[in-house]
Design a protein around this ligand. Sequence first.
Ligand code: URA
Length: 249
Amino acid sequence: MSGKGKTASVRLDRLLANLGYGSRREIQMLARAGAVVLDGTPLRDADQRIALDPGLPARLTVSGKPLDPPPGLALMLHKPLGVTCSHKEAGPLVYGLLPPRWRRREPPLSTVGRLDKETSGLLLLTDDGALLHRIISPKASVSKRYQVTLDRPLRGDEGAVFASGTLMLEGEEKPLLPVTLEVHGPTSAAVTLTEGRYHQVRRMFAAVGNHVTALHRDRVGALELPADLEPGQYRVMGEGDVARVFGVE
Ligand code: URA
């Protein structure tokens, strides 16, 4: 995913151990038993190196099933309400929505930024640290769009306040960068922002005397949450999806 040209190679036992298939010793045994098959041929020696290319899952099976996606994995998840992105918050973690083996991957999958427990919508996860940093870097200015439901009707000046670049959130020293507001109804709107401050959308509406009752992220960059991705479901991102995060339509 980081776009390094050359295909790396890796020892088979290390590859499978890092994908969560077991200890290196368990993988040696799996291979010896003929359960690891490349292009139809059992790989009985787990010490051998194999080329790490994205096409590997189509060619390599483990116990008859295609190999899990190799490192460089990026996912889009439809985060449901009530699950958390961090151990710091109480409640089930988003990682519990993934196959158990994926929770043992090394490098681990991490969320790209966070959504609150009571926010639903498009959440990206990746094991590619360089990609993660490229997305969250202020330099990239990746936009995030949230659909907001409010407790009270909008006053009318919120769009101007959010766009001003002068709005200060309580307890902070730097004003927010401009945020776009699109009004859909008296108590519904969409906001598009490029920063990711703590509880930013909820605190922005609190700053203009309102209260967010529902929050849903439906777009990151130009990548939309697919309509057929149900809450709790995830999908492996292709190169086109990653490009869309950086604004390529
Ligand atoms: N702003 C919030 O207040 N919460 C989120 O989850 C995301 C943005």
